[in-house]
Design a protein around this ligand. Structure first.
Ligand SMILES: NC(=O)c1ccc[n+]([C@@H]2O[C@H](COP(=O)([O-])OP(=O)(O)OC[C@H]3O[C@@H](n4cnc5c(N)ncnc54)[C@H](OP(=O)(O)O)[C@@H]3O)[C@@H](O)[C@H]2O)c1
Length: 327
């Protein structure tokens, strides 16, 4: 699909999904504005396009005038702003509800044609996790202001910079065990970041996606425990998989989220989120409806970037061969 000479503004464009999306949009010929708090940190993406094609712009999403300045004369606006835990004075309401509401209101006022809002599977107004409730409230606020907006809800997203496989592989470097929160039975349908970027780009160019909500899951469902075993197999490490009961995980999350100055590896809200499966409901359209017919398998892509965790590199001969993970 060609977006030649169309202007697309992406909020949160320097993040994990954002950087893959920007490269995908650049190939389509669009002029891409990256609306970000730190334009200098998004500068590395400028080389993804021709000179002047990718433009990082500073924005304060708490201010209407700032948001209007980056959106003005855009054909498409895409919102990727999201947080996993409150940070830097931002809580879930600010990041997941106020920011998208403001972006949607301004996009409508500026006559933007298409608005794509990235939410998450599990968004639920009655959810027990604040993350889930704030994602649901954000979706509603977007639709109130911009009823033709398209909402995409991915399951966990994997790719070279992900915070899932990389995090647990890093943990296995220093820890003799990996935790199985709540026994490790929670189910996920991980989706490749390149497929999510493709789906977002296709949605922006497909009038049939207006006003619709999509759930994005990859080709296969895995339990948390299975994902830990894949991680250990790919980095060729033997580590104990230790079941952590829900109440103990909650206490641990409560402890870790109180440590100042670090991004907590686990919070009580994340434990709450883990209590529910993170898979598409089957009642909403998905990747195939957005032109991604053959989504990428975990087993194909994850080994390509977890290789950096293998002691000695890919071609090392080690005692810990593939598949030897303790039961
Ligand atoms: N990754 C996943 O597994 C996954 C799964 C389901 C849903 N999602 C959703 O997909 C979207 C993108 O996810 P991602 O993984 O790409 O996230 P990410 O790498 O953390 O990037 C999100 C972007 O949000 C912006 N942001 C973060 N904290 C902010 C704050 N306090 N104030 C203002 N902006 C802030 C940042 O933009 P700047 O720094 O450029 O300002 C950042 O680039 C999010 O809405 C997320 O909830 C992700």
């Amino acid at each position: 699909m060609s977006y030649r000479n169309r202007v697309i503004t992406v909020f949160g464009g320097s993040g994990f999904i954002g950087r893959h999306l920007i490269r995908r949009l650049a190939r389509s010929g669009a002029v891409v504005r990256i609306a970000t708090r730190h334009p200098s940190k998004a500068a590395f993406l400028k080389t993804a396009g021709a000179v002047g094609q990718i433009v990082p712009l500073a924005v304060d999403v708490r201010r209407d005038d700032s948001v209007a300045r980056v959106i003005r004369e855009s054909d498409v606006v895409i919102n990727l702003i999201g947080i996993l835990h409150p940070q830097g004075g931002w809580d879930f309401a600010t990041a997941h509800v106020d920011a998208p509401a403001r972006i949607a209101l301004v996009a409508k006022a500026e006559g933007v044609e298409r608005l794509i809002h990235v939410s998450a599977i599990g968004a639920d107004a009655n959810g027990t996790a604040e993350y889930a409730r704030s994602k649901a409230a954000g979706e509603q606020a977007v639709l109130d202001a911009f009823p033709e907006a398209t909402i995409l809800r991915p399951s966990i997203v994997f790719g070279p910079e992900d915070q899932f496989f990389n995090r647990f592989a890093a943990m296995a470097q220093v820890s003799p065990f990996l935790p199985l929160i709540g026994g490790g039975k929670t189910r996920f349908q991980p989706v490749y970041v390149g497929d999510v970027a493709e789906a977002i780009a296709n949605a922006a160019g497909d009038p049939a996606s207006k006003g619709r909500t999509y759930e994005l899951g990859g080709p296969k469902v895995y339990s948390f425990e299975e994902l830990m075993r894949i991680t250990l197999r790919e980095i060729r490490r033997n580590r104990w998989l230790v079941p952590v009961p829900w109440n103990m995980a909650e206490s641990l999350g409560g402890l870790l989220e109180k440590i100042p100055l670090i991004a907590p590896p686990l919070t009580r809200d994340q434990v709450e989120l883990l209590r529910r499966d993170n898979v598409p409901s089957g009642t909403l359209p998905g990747l195939a409806d957005l032109g991604v017919a053959q989504p990428t398998m975990v087993e194909v892509m994850v080994p390509t970037y977890l290789v950096r965790f293998i002691v000695g590199g890919t071609y090392t001969t080690t005692r810990k061969i593939r598949g030897q993970v303790p039961e």
